[in-house]
Design a protein around this ligand. Structure first.
Ligand code: ATP
Length: 240
C-alpha cells in the first residue's frame, strides 16, 4: 500500500502547491487523481517519485510510504529501486534513439535476469513497440509515444506506476485505448496512481478516486460513487 499522510509541498518560498493531502493506494488497485489545472496533481506524483526537487519544489510536511518504507527522504533512483515508477507528463522519450533503445534505457535499474522477461511483457502489451523496435522513437504517433513511455517504466518491473496525464493531447479512440492499457497493466498486479484531466476515462478504469482543488483534497471515495455524485458530474463530467 502507498500511503500519503498530511503532505504539504511548495515551490520556492511563495508557491504552496499541496496542503495537508492524505490518500492511500492499496496494493494492486487503480486510484484516479482528478482536478483542474494547477490543482497539484503533478506535484503529488513528483513528491512520490522524489523528483519534486528537480522542479524547484520541496516537501514541507507529511510523509509518504510504500509497503511501510518511507520514501519521502529518498533520491529518485532509490525510489525506482523500491519499484515505484513515474511516467512524467509529456512522455519525455528520447526521440533520436530507437524504440528498443528507449525501452532498454528503462530497464537499466532492473537486474539483468529480469530484463528479457520485462521486454517480453512490454511487447505483449504493446505489439506496435516490437514492430517498430528499430525505428527512431520520434517517428511514433503521440499515442504510440505514450505507450513507449509507459513501456519504458514497465521495464523496471514496477509494483506501482504513477501516470501523469497519459491521455493528454490524444484523440478519443486513443484515450480509450490508454484506459484499457491501464486496466491490462493493473490486471498483472501493478497498482496505478492515475492523474487525469479526462475524468470520464479515469473514473471508468479506477477503483478509487480523489479530487484535488487548489492543493487540497476536496473529495475521495469509490470511483463509481464519485462518478455518480452531483459535484463530480457538474465539475468534471460536464453534467448539470
Ligand atoms: P496541470 O494539469 O496544469 O499540470 P496540476 O494539477 O498537475 O496541473 P501542478 O502542476 O501540480 O498542478 O501545480 C500546482 C501549483 O504549483 C500550481 O500553482 C503551479 O503553478 C505550481 N507549480 C507547478 N510546477 C511549478 C514549478 N516547477 N515551479 C513553480 N511553481 C510550480
Amino acid at each position: 500500500m502507498l500511503t500519503v499522510e498530511q503532505l504539504s509541498a511548495r515551490y520556492g518560498r511563495s508557491v504552496s502547491a499541496l496542503r495537508d493531502v492524505s490518500l492511500t493506494v492499496p496494493e494492486g488497485s487503480v486510484v484516479a487523481v482528478l482536478g483542474s489545472n494547477g490543482a497539484g496533481k503533478s506535484t503529488l506524483l513528483r513528491a512520490i517519485s522524489g523528483t519534486l526537487g528537480l522542479h524547484g519544489g520541496s516537501i514541507t510536511a507529511g510523509q509518504i510510504a510504500w509497503k511501510g518504507q518511507r520514501l519521502d527522504r529518498l533520491k529518485p533512483a532509490s525510489i525506482v529501486r523500491h519499484r515505484v515508477l513515474q511516467v512524467p507528463e509529456g512522455r519525455q522519450i528520447f526521440g533520436r534513439m530507437s524504440v528498443e533503445e528507449n525501452l532498454r534505457a528503462g530497464g537499466l535499474v532492473a537486474p539483468a535476469s529480469a530484463r528479457a522477461e520485462a521486454m517480453e511483457r512490454v511487447h505483449t502489451l504493446f505489439p506496435i513497440l516490437k514492430e517498430r523496435a528499430g525505428q527512431p522513437a520520434g517517428l511514433l504517433s503521440g499515442g504510440e509515444q505514450q505507450m513507449l513511455a509507459i513501456g519504458r517504466a514497465l521495464m523496471s518491473a514496477p509494483e506501482i506506476l504513477l501516470l501523469d496525464e497519459p491521455s493528454l493531447g490524444l484523440a478519443p479512440q486513443m484515450v480509450a485505448r490508454i484506459g484499457s492499457i491501464v486496466r491490462d497493466i493493473n490486471a498483472t498486479g501493478t497498482a496505478v496512481l492515475l492523474v487525469e484531466q479526462n475524468a470520464t476515462m479515469a473514473l471508468r478504469v479506477a477503483d478509487l478516486a480523489v479530487v484535488l482543488e487548489v492543493g487540497e483534497l476536496a473529495l475521495q471515495g469509490d470511483a463509481a460513487e464519485l462518478a455518480a455524485s452531483d459535484e463530480v458530474q457538474r465539475l468534471y463530467l460536464g453534467g448539470h
